[in-house]
Design a protein around this ligand. Structure first.
Ligand SMILES: [Zn+2]
Length: 302
């Protein structure tokens, strides 16, 4: 990784660049960040994603690969204990693309999960807006409410794919397989282009400029194959979006006569820009619903 957190950064989006100047200014090169062990000076901080201790390499001595951070894999006095479980789910601990779906099997709630819940409490409506813009659809309000309900009923904040940055992503895994015919779709989107080839037609959406409704056989939209790819610049995430014939009984494997697939890469900068926007119109009703579910969590103190 190329960024770090201080001990005081537990709940923040800010990630500090791993370089000599930044590290010196922020830590003043004091304990516990800088420690001398067996005569060797070591530079520590926290991983910005999983908050496990990391050691900084090449900050004060040039290395070929440049200054970077590495999970220590063990407790560091004054910095923190090593949490193997958080490490296993840390995007910076993964070095290749992979597919990874499912639910964490431990029962104890972790700090990471609490942070994610805190974020959903602040930004759930923006998270859905982010998904809508990424996919090219607008969710009707009953679908949004269903997404909130499913997210909390299924503990979306505990999904393997969930990180501090991507809190809306589990919604795609949990609450999708939605009838697309009911949703306004951006008329310039890949969805419209792909469905045209299958003979579908469209009518303009009167309420939302630039959006259309799909005419014809009912179709549904859902997601599979979550992928996360990490490199030195950070990470990106994608999912394969599937459009196929809508089956009201939820059958997946039988009678698949056609399907359209499209890989969507999610631009999390967009999500960050969105959460920074102060003039964005909140979905107050939805956030009240989120508040209700959060307040019902037994480990949340209000
Ligand atoms: Zn980490």
């Amino acid at each position: 990784m190329r960024t770090f957190h201080l001990l005081t950064d537990a709940f923040t989006d800010v990630e500090h660049s791993i370089d000599q100047k930044t590290y010196t200014e922020l830590t003043h090169l004091t304990m516990p960040y800088v420690q001398t062990i067996n005569g060797t000076t070591r530079y520590y901080a926290l991983c910005p994603k999983c908050h496990n201790p990391i050691q900084l390499i090449g900050v004060f001595r040039k290395r070929k690969v440049g200054a970077h951070g590495k999970h220590t894999g063990q407790d560091v006095s004054g910095i923190g204990t090593f949490d193997k479980r958080e490490y296993d789910f840390c995007p910076y601990a993964i070095h290749a693309g992979y597919t990874w779906l499912g639910y964490k099997d431990d029962t104890e709630i972790t700090g990471l999960e609490k942070d994610i819940v805190k974020k959903t409490e602040l930004y759930f409506d923006r998270g859905l807006y982010f998904l809508e813009r990424s996919i090219g659809v607008r969710f009707p309000s009953d679908v949004k409410r269903y997404m909130v309900l499913s997210y909390f009923a299924n503990e979306g904040y505990r999904y393997r794919i969930a990180t501090r940055d991507n809190f809306p992503m589990p919604v795609l895994e949990i609450a999708f397989r939605q009838p697309l015919t009911r949703m306004p779709v951006e008329k310039d989107s890949w969805i419209v282009q792909a469905l045209k080839k299958h003979g579908f037609s469209f009518v303009p959406c009167q309420k939302i400029n630039g959006c259309v409704f799909i005419q014809g056989d009912p179709v549904q939209i859902w997601f599979r194959q979550f992928e996360r790819y990490t490199d030195d610049d950070g990470y990106s995430e994608s999912m394969v979006c599937v459009i196929d014939h809508f089956d009201p009984y939820g059958g997946v494997d039988d009678c698949v006569d056609w399907e359209i697939t499209h890989k969507i890469t999610f631009d999390f900068d967009f999500l960050n820009r969105l959460t920074a926007m102060t003039n964005w119109k909140r979905d107050e009703d939805l956030m009240r619903l989120v508040d209700k579910y959060v307040s019902q969590l037994p480990w949340v103190n209000h």
